[in-house]
Design a protein around this ligand. Structure first.
Ligand SMILES: [Ca+2]
Length: 388
């Protein structure tokens, strides 16, 4: 049994020294009653008393985390102010994340700048590589609001989670119309706002709790009875798209009969954008890998020269702990992207190491478009093979 119900968890938590107890808040000082203790704060963030503490929720801890970032230049770099905390997650299998948020001033017309992110880390001190998990995002409304995400699964092999309270320094005025922009320009000129026109926000009662623990004795790297898979054979079905798109999950796609790399028949993906660049997963296939640990992969890519916008792509994989791409997963950092050149280009990753404890892999193609318009590309001869 990999999964245990909550009723049987308490004993396990007590008996395992490094396990966290279920239903306790594993965030240190998530109520900010102890000031900044446990948190790393960047400038323009402070712990202070909000103008309207909720008497029910905040009776014992009137202090909250105030995000009051200044607007940053629109120079193409990512700008944000963050408060962070790294928390080892032990044997956590499922978690619940919640918090309260307040806009203390006039509501912004549009503001997607405030978020509370969860980022999974493979090192217990949150160094090294990471995988983005999920986030809480406040609605634009008056008064304290409660935000919650239930049933979270850590990334496969994650050792810690980083709680990152963030305010984007460019997004807050993103969708303002001309009249609104003029209004704020006037207020600034009159000194009403100073230069602090990004919507401030208070966070409080940040709570991350484990709702399900993994059985500590769960054997890792045990593959007794796992089926073998052949080496140097394409484990993807219909990788050459010779007869259609069967065996693939696909989006924004059509089968092309008159294009192809080694043989005619390819998948053609068309992305359109009304505003700005974007990227999305376009086709994928799940492969059970048995006990094999080393793989190689590749695909051929050709941009359609009739597109009125440029774009690109990426081939990458995510490893899953159970067969058929079920359970927790971990996205591999090794990937390959096509160059912006004409004609077919074969792409390959010569060595991929399966994530520890993984039993299946999702082989994914992602396509991007660089701005407003339409970008089409052909993909063909995708392979994923076990190496001896
Ligand atoms: Ca083909």
């Amino acid at each position: 049994m990999l999964k245990k119900t909550l009723t049987s968890l308490v004993f396990i938590a007590c008996a395992t020294s490094n396990a966290q107890s279920p239903h306790e808040n594993i965030i240190v000082n998530g109520s900010f009653a102890q000031g900044t203790q446990g948190w790393r704060l960047e400038p323009e963030i402070e712990v202070s008393v909000p103008p309207s503490p909720d008497p029910d929720v905040f009776a014992n801890a009137p202090a909250s985390l105030l995000m009051r970032a200044q607007e940053a230049p629109k120079d193409g770099y990512i700008h944000s102010r963050n408060a962070r905390q790294c928390i080892p997650i032990g044997d956590a299998r499922k978690l619940q994340f919640s918090g309260n948020f307040l806009y203390p001033d006039e509501l912004p017309a549009s503001n997607y700048g405030h978020r509370a992110n969860l980022i999974w880390h493979y090192q217990s001190d949150c160094s090294g590589s990471a995988q983005f998990g999920t986030y809480l995002e406040p609605e634009i409304k008056n008064g304290w609001q409660a935000l919650l995400i239930d049933d979270l699964s850590p990334a496969l092999n994650a050792q810690a989670v980083e709680v990152e309270i963030t305010q984007d320094q460019q997004l807050s005025r993103k969708d303002f119309g001309v009249l609104e922009s003029a209004y704020y320009w006037l207020l600034e000129k009159l000194g009403v706002f100073g230069d602090d026109t990004l919507a401030r926000g208070y966070w409080d009662n940040l709570n991350l709790q484990i709702t399900q623990l993994e059985e500590p004795e769960h054997p890792s790297n045990q593959f007794d009875g796992a089926p073998s898979v052949p080496t140097n054979t394409n484990l993807l079905r219909n990788g050459s798209f010779d007869t259609g798109l069967e065996h693939w999950k696909h989006y924004h796609s059509e089968w092309s009969t008159d294009e192809g790399y080694n043989s005619e028949g390819a998948i053609r993906i068309t992305l359109t954008s009304d505003d700005g660049s974007m990227g999305t997963g376009v086709f994928e296939q799940c492969v059970n890998i048995g006990y094999k640990r080393q793989f190689k992969m590749g695909v051929s890519f050709k941009a359609d020269e009739h597109s009125n916008q440029t774009g690109g792509g990426r081939m990458r994989v995510s490893w899953y702990e159970e067969e058929n791409c079920q359970g927790r997963h971990s996205t591999d950092g090794r990937h390959v992207d096509p160059q912006k050149i004409a004609g077919w280009q074969p792409l390959s990753v010569p060595l991929l190491e399966a994530a520890p404890n993984s039993r299946s892999v999702s082989v994914d193609a992602i396509q991007t478009i660089d701005g407003k318009g339409e970008f089409s590309a052909y993909w063909d001869d995708m392979y994923f093979m076990a190496i001896e």
